[in-house]
Design a protein around this ligand. Structure first.
Ligand code: GLN
Length: 486
């Protein structure tokens, strides 16, 4: 049952071969039995999930409901959920019960999906390995010695181990795509503004975007459809109709122009990973896609620009955690200053502090022009490179990450090498474009991800290409050993 597609599960529910309560119990039992080795789920929502499943069953009894009615899923612990802890992977919010629910969570609830619990993540979504979580690292189900990627590593590991058919994620610089690649699942980050950020704890507001993580492109399309749309509560949400993401998923790849940025196929990329990605591109070609080399001349500046812009925004966003209003408060503060200092000093982990310090520095009066303004100018150049590239091609393809998942602890002492694991994904966020990762083979028995980048609001084409690729390959169906029993 764990490896069924969303359509198959939904079909069984509609035909009453299976109830949502049974399906929910089944996945809850899998989490309890199998997650002890992974640490991917940090909060279970057991009783409320069963109540929601009963409601879904009632809807199904009445012949109502859509593809997501009664389907269990997990949410990254960055989305506020009323009545259920929302920690953002931080000691700062270990005791935080949100008074309201994030729009995306609500949209999925309204579609009838059943929230099983919340997934582990890098603290405040800062990281590429899930090792910065207050709740401990997440293990990669393909090799427990390795990281699942980050920051949506809990969601990626859980879907890869089939602890849930779907999980939400967020992507500021690659946090949906890179863990999806490391764990061998499909993940899509839509265009900036396509999905509401209301109730999603902010890291870097001009880059953060929520998206879907699933086994296949089709499943991800179904989930993303439910999450997309205008939200008056989010001023950066775009008021434009949502495409039907399933309508064109079966379209042929004949004539689709695929651009390969030459800057993404250089020394930085592991040669075995490159081979798998090249094979995947050959598959697209055999289906009629036209492959073209393109250039993104400024893309090599994306990591440095990102590590100015993202920390700057995070230093502003995280100033709200002051020990006064909510979240962690230190014991017996001497005065207000001591309250601020110790609450923040004790509540935040090292990586978060590093980012806040970098951000405060680049925004400071003397350095603003040299760093922050310059980074924003570079960001515009990168965005223009993409705009130009999309005059020639329909989608852009590359590796999602320069290597397969690395060993836990391997990069924790070297932040710059950690930051470089997002070299292929970060530019997409700087430009606000949609991007996805689909599994495309294995190197050292670890999954490799193919990144597909689309033009603004062209999610349906991305999902179409991902789906067509998955019709011709079966990488997305593979399950890590140890997780393949009922
Ligand atoms: N790994 C990147 C960072 O640490 C991206 C994180 C993300 O997308 N949330 O900032």
């Amino acid at each position: 049952m764990y490896n069924k597609s969303l359509r198959q599960l939904s079909d069984s529910l509609q035909k009453k071969e299976l109830s949502s309560v049974e399906l929910t119990q089944y996945f809850l039992a899998r989490i309890k039995r199998l997650d002890t080795s992974l640490n991917s789920v940090i909060t279970l929502n057991e009783s409320a999930a069963l109540v929601a499943a009963e409601q879904a069953d009632k809807q199904l009894q009445n012949g109502l409901g859509g593809l997501l009615t009664g389907i269990p899923l997990l949410h990254k612990d960055i989305f506020c959920t009323e009545g259920l802890r929302t920690s953002s992977g931080s000691k700062m919010l270990d005791n935080f019960i949100a008074p309201y629910t994030a729009t995306t969570v609500q949209q999925l609830q309204q579609s009838g999906a059943v929230m099983l619990g919340k997934t582990n993540m890098d603290e405040f979504a800062m990281g590429s390995s899930n090792e910065t979580s207050f709740y401990g690292g997440v293990k990669n189900p393909w090799d427990l010695q390795r990281v699942p990627g980050g920051s949506s590593g809990g969601s990626a590991a859980a879907v890869a181990a089939r602890l849930a058919p779907l999980a939400s994620g967020t992507d500021t610089g690659g946090s949906i795509r890179q863990p999806a690649a490391f764990c061998g699942i499909t993940g899509i980050k839509p265009t900036y503004g396509r999905v509401s950020r209301y109730g999603m704890i902010a890291f870097a507001s001009s880059l953060d975007q929520a998206g879907a993580m699933a086994k296949s492109s089709e499943d991800a399309a179904i989930m993303l459809q439910a999450m997309s749309g205008f939200d008056p509560k989010d001023s950066t949400s775009v008021d434009r109709p949502v495409d039907d993401l399933l309508q064109n998923i079966g379209r042929s790849l004949k004539g689709v122009r695929v651009g390969l940025p030459k800057e993404f196929f250089t020394e930085g990329l592991d040669s075995d990973v490159c081979e798998k990605v090249t094979e995947a591109i050959d598959v697209l070609k055999s289906a009629g896609a036209i492959i073209k080399e393109i250039s993104l001349p400024n893309i090599n500046l994306s990591v440095p620009a990102y590590y100015v812009v993202a920390p700057a925004e995070c230093s502003a966003n995280l100033s709200r955690f002051d020990g006064v209003r909510y979240g962690y408060r230190c014991d017996e503060p001497k005065d207000l200053e001591d309250l601020y200092k110790r609450s923040r000093g004790e509540g935040f982990g090292d990586e978060v502090k590093r980012r806040i310090m970098m951000g405060a520095y680049v925004l400071s009066a003397g350095y603003y022009d040299a760093y922050y303004k310059k980074a924003q100018q570079v960001r515009r150049l990168i965005q223009q490179d993409f705009v130009k590239a999309f005059e020639e091609v329909d989608i852009i393809a590359s590796a999602t990450a320069p290597s397969v998942a690395f060993k836990a602890g391997e990069k924790t002492d070297d932040p710059v090498s950690m930051y470089l694991s997002d070299i292929f994904t970060i530019g997409v966020n700087l430009a606000g474009l949609p991007g996805m990762s689909v599994p495309c083979g294995f190197v050292d028995q670890m999954p490799v991800g193919l990144q597909l980048i689309g033009n603004y609001f062209d999610e349906s084409r991305l999902l179409n290409v991902g789906h067509q690729y998955q019709q011709m390959t079966n990488w997305h169906d593979m399950i890590p050993t140890g997780f393949g029993q009922e």
